[in-house]
Design a protein around this ligand. Structure first.
Ligand code: NAD
Length: 542
């Protein structure tokens, strides 16, 4: 999996996997030492990773994790982005992303279903329904075709929405045209609009990559009174130094000056982001549905405009709070698996299995059918599929049986995005606007990682933000391998149920009554009931 995240990553030569600077290991000497340690690791030993560096191998026991990893968890003034960059430059830390340093990244597919679900809910709630006929002639405006951003036009197309995705780097556009994720590359806005209108007149859906700067193009659309139906952005705006090219900069100038004049570049990037957000707000006034797609775009705009602009900028909702939290309440989140044989026939076996396993939730089989049709393989064959409490362990155990009887030819790794029900604290993404105000409380990912280690998951990670996310987040990651043994079955069942179970309890604790359904009261238990304490404020006041 370490090698796989580099194979499907954005800049493997620099160990960069995605999200601007999210790395798989701190440096190449550290990477080589990690590989050596993994190859030498014995049963009953655990490799300890600290901010992408191997610090040692500790004698544990056969049921313990093989790898535990903590990245850039810092407190006080150590947690600001300036201190992060200084320490990263001295080789003392790195930004591990969520799934980069936990070796769980599976390419653009990782967030594909999240974006698809999000657009589907928006279509149902605001556009009169998510059917292809209803969405004919409608379009998404967005930006950024990097590791995660390149999932956007594919998700939109799956629903029947056209899209224009603005990207400064022509190579990124060509790469996605070649991979089949975009239909055409355009150099001029007029051309893009003309091609989209022509496609709509012919009843076609079109995914366009437009070379340009998001700030300039969004403003140009406002000036022409052209309003998208849905508008967002997935540049790496969270990092004002390394993630967003300011208006007026070529890529070459940006790359040179972010090293020589980092402060100037950061402030120019924030000014451009503020202009882009201004254009998005105007589009909202003209009827577009806008949301922030997990990249701190609004925080950067507010940093430039000042706190007084906060209530205006925050009219753009975050995607989690506005659209996806109800799924997290039920423990349903971005589960994924990777077939370690590398053989697509093994992936097909799991696809068939999961399609048949959850008839009460037909959306699962529908998603697998769409993913089979639209998602090209990147690296080891993998699938992302939003499953809930009890569903994940049921699937993993069934797959473990198929590995045992050699129907599947090699072990299968189960994992998830860190942005999951229990795994994430980020008051601007995963936990924005929690009902009890617990947006910034990081006890939950810490409890999650402790439980996962106690349950014997194979890899357990606790990562904090780096770069522009410094001080903004903490998350837990988990991987468990189904190798066909009974011991693996025990680990899978315990760890996956603990993970989703804590996710349900975290939401129940925050006042989301919806979580009761997954917890086993008044609804389906999926065979995995939870027990919880319900001590109310009135009780302890008394
Ligand atoms: P990336 O660094 O791989 O790609 C960013 C892309 O934006 C690059 O291709 C870059 O050329 C382009 N870009 C930069 N400035 C631009 C500008 N002004 N105009 C047009 N294009 C510009 O990053 P990524 O992995 O695609 O992640 C994008 C963002 O999404 C990050 O902030 C990341 O943290 C966030 N993210 C969100 C989720 C989620 O669940 N929604 C998940 C993972 C990551």
């Amino acid at each position: 999996m370490f090698e796989n995240v580099l194979e499907v990553g954005e800049n493997p030569a620099e160990l960069v996997v995605y999200a601007s600077l999210g790395k798989a290991a701190r440096s190449w000497p550290h990477a080589k030492a990690i590989v050596r340690a993994l190859l030498d690791l014995e049963e009953g030993e655990t490799l300890v990773l600290q901010s992408g560096a191997p610090v040692g191998v500790i004698a544990t026991h056969a049921g313990a994790p093989m790898v535990v990893s903590a990245v850039n968890n810092t407190v006080g003034r150590w947690s600001g982005s300036d201190r992060f960059y200084e320490r990263a430059d001295r080789g003392e830390t790195m930004w591990g992303g969520l799934t980069a340093a936990a070796w769980q990244y599976i390419g653009r597919q990782g967030v594909l279903q999240g974006t698809y679900e999000l657009l589907r809910i928006i279509a149902e709630r605001h556009l009169g329904g998510a059917t292809a006929s209803n969405l004919a002639g409608r379009w998404l405006l967005t930006a950024g075709l990097g590791g995660m951003g390149s999932s956007q036009p594919i998700s939109a197309r799956m629903l029947g929405l056209s899209s224009i995705t603005v990207e400064v780097d022509g190579d990124k556009i060509r790469r996605l045209v070649d991979a089949g994720g975009l239909d055409v590359a355009c150099e001029r806005l007029d051309d893009a609009l003309q091609q989209m209108n022509a496609a709509h007149q012919q009843g076609r859906v079109l995914a366009i990559g437009l070379r340009g700067n998001a700030c300039d193009v969004f403003e140009a659309l406002v000036a022409r009174s052209v309003t998208a139906d849905v508008v967002t952005d997935q540049t790496a705006a969270h990092d004002a130094r390394y993630g967003y090219v300011p208006s007026g900069y070529t890529i070459e100038r940006w790359m040179a000056e972010r090293e020589s004049e980092p402060r100037v570049v950061e402030s120019a990037a924030r000014a451009s982001i503020a202009r882009q957000v201004g254009a998005m707000l105007t589009m909202c006034d003209r009827g577009a549905i806008a949301f922030e797609n997990g990249n701190n775009l609004r925080v950067q705009a507010i940093e430039h405009l000042g706190e007084s602009a906060s209530s205006t900028v925050m009219r753009i909702p975050g995607f989690m709070e506005a659209y996806l939290r109800t799924l997290f309440c039920r423990g349903i989140g971005p589960f994924r698996w990777v077939v370690l044989s590398g053989d697509e026939r093994d992936l097909a076996v799991v696809d068939d299995l999961v399609s048949a396993m959850f008839p009460a939730r037909p959306e699962v089989a529908d998603w697998i059918a769409l993913a089979r049709r639209y998602v090209p393989v990147q690296g080891l064959p993998a699938r992302s599929c939003w499953l809930g409490h009890g569903e994940r362990s049921a699937l993993a155990l069934a797959v473990n049986d198929l590995v045992a009887d050699a129907t599947i030819t090699a072990p299968v790794l189960f994992s998830r995005d860190h942005l999951d029900a229990a795994g994430m604290t980020n008051p601007r993404i995963g936990t924005e606007g929690m009902r009890d105000g617990s947006d910034g409380v990081t006890d939950w990912p810490l409890l999650d990682s402790m439980l996962l280690a106690a349950c014997g998951a194979d890899l357990v990670a606790v990562h904090s933000g780096g770069g522009g996310y410094s001080g903004w987040m903490q998350s837990a990651g988990v991987s468990v391998v189904a190798d066909g043994t009974a011991a693996a079955g025990d680990r899978l069942k315990r760890a996956l149920d603990a993970d989703t179970g804590l996710g349900v309890l975290r939401h129940l604790n925050a006042g989301y009554g919806e979580a009761l359904e997954a917890a086993g009261r008044g609804g389906e238990t999926r065979g995995v009931p939870l027990a919880w304490f319900d001590v109310k404020k009135e009780d302890y006041d008394a």
